[in-house]
Design a protein around this ligand. Structure first.
Ligand code: PMP
Length: 396
């Protein structure tokens, strides 16, 4: 069908031109659809489904009539539960007025940038990054500006690099960070967070802290930068039920911040999402009330597979392991093969039917790396990693 009137630049340039980084993933999906078995290590989703008791509660809520429009900011019970959980874990006083319930963390990321950046403002973010970040920033007509972290620092950001970027761009309004990090598995140290907080204060930046992996920490401790001195007034925290409770498809997340900005964001939600289904929110309250033991149970397979991976990787030299401290991914350094992450991922899929994400999908700083999602059962995961390492060995 011919389109006669041009579409907006916002929508047509969302991915910034070229590939959006999902080529290998799409190629793998096509192979699977054509009947070729593929070991799928691309996407960040658990190999288990949402637990039955949560689904039963969702069913109970829906049958009980919670199927109409729900309160736009989120139902009181969920806002209160999220506020209490946040206050308990961070020590920062938090009430329902600081919480907006959103359709997933993705929507919270969009809302956070809509609330902090006007069109043409620079939105800073760190490379490697979760693949949707630059598109989300373009979606609010901000100018995305990536700041590279370095493999030799195990991808811990340097405050001096962020400071230099804020100086160079001049009109930066926000800095987006993500710890535990997708794709690197890096958990930012206290020193890193303090450095970031200092830069935000000296340049008057909003800090948008994506903490959707906060229950998946294998080494070190998760520190929410909102808890640092003078940061609660300039930090927006993105949270989600997706990773912590294996509820990716339920699309339930939140944004936490100062009441004044949340108030405006409730108006924004009225004009964009109109909230999250009530039965999903009820089930989220139920899920959060299962407590930390349940969250640990959901996270446990990734910690186990990370240990398996360390054993496999210790027995060879072709592939380097960035020490993943959290989240459900491994970042592997395949530069010894002389290949780009893209070429390696394509070759691995073609020859061994193992699908991984090229590092380049997550930014320039991850070139020559691949991201492996630890999202298949242990034995198959171990076998796939061994095959991957053997393949890399033949190339070195
Ligand atoms: N942030 C990061 C770093 C992610 O990896 C994801 C999902 N992969 C999200 C946010 C969004 O998750 P959701 O919208 O399901 O909460």
């Amino acid at each position: 069908m011919t389109i006669h009137t041009p579409m907006s630049k916002r929508i047509t340039t969302l991915t910034g031109g070229g590939s959006d980084g999902w080529d290998v993933f799409i190629k793998a999906r096509k192979l699977i659809a054509a009947g070729t078995p593929v070991t799928e290590l691309t996407i960040g989703e658990h190999d288990i489904r949402t637990a039955a008791p949560i689904l039963q509660d969702m069913h109970r809520a829906a049958m009980g009539g919670h199927t109409g429009y729900a309160m736009v900011p989120g139902i009181d019970a969920l806002r209160d539960t999220v506020a209490k959980r946040t206050q308990e874990r961070t020590g920062v006083p938090t009430t329902r007025d600081n919480v907006l319930i959103t359709p997933g963390g993705q929507s919270a990321l969009f809302a956070a940038h809509a609330a902090t950046c006007d069109p043409g403002d620079t939105a800073l973010y760190l490379d490697p990054y979760y693949a949707t970040y630059p598109g989300t920033l373009r979606g609010v007509s901000a100018i995305p500006h990536a700041i590279k972290t370095r493999a030799e620092d195990a991808f811990q950001p340097r405050a001096s690099d962020i400071d230099a970027a804020a100086r160079a761009t001049q009109n930066a309004k926000s800095l987006l960070i993500n710890s535990p990090n997708n794709p690197t598995g890096t958990v930012y140290s206290q020193a890193t967070m303090e450095g970031i907080a200092e830069v935000c204060q000296s340049h008057g930046l909003w800090l948008i802290s994506d903490e959707v992996y906060d229950t998946q920490v294998w080494e070190g401790t998760h520190l929410s930068p909102r808890a640092l001195p003078d940061m609660a007034g300039r930090t927006l925290v993105v949270g989600s039920m997706s990773k912590s409770h294996a509820m990716t498809g339920s699309r339930c997340g939140w944004l936490i911040g100062p009441a004044e900005i949340i108030d405006h964001l409730i108006t924004f939600a009225t004009h964009t999402t109109y909230g999250v289904p009530g039965f999903i929110q009820d089930a989220s309250v139920f899920a959060l009330n299962q407590g930390t033991a349940f969250e640990a149970e959901i996270a446990a397979p990734f910690e186990r597979r990370r240990a398996l991976a360390r054993d496999v990787l210790a027995q060879q030299n072709a592939v380097g392991l960035i020490p993943a401290q959290g989240a459900m991914y491994l970042m592997l350094d395949i530069r010894a093969t002389g290949m780009s992450g893209n070429d390696f991922a394509n070759a691995l899929l073609d020859t061994h039917h193992i699908a991984v994400m090229p590092g380049e999908s997550f930014g320039e700083a991850a070139a020559g790396h691949i991201r492996v999602a630890m999202t298949i059962e242990d034995a198959a995961f171990e076998t796939a990693l061994k095959t991957l390492c053997d393949f890399a060995e033949t190339l070195t």
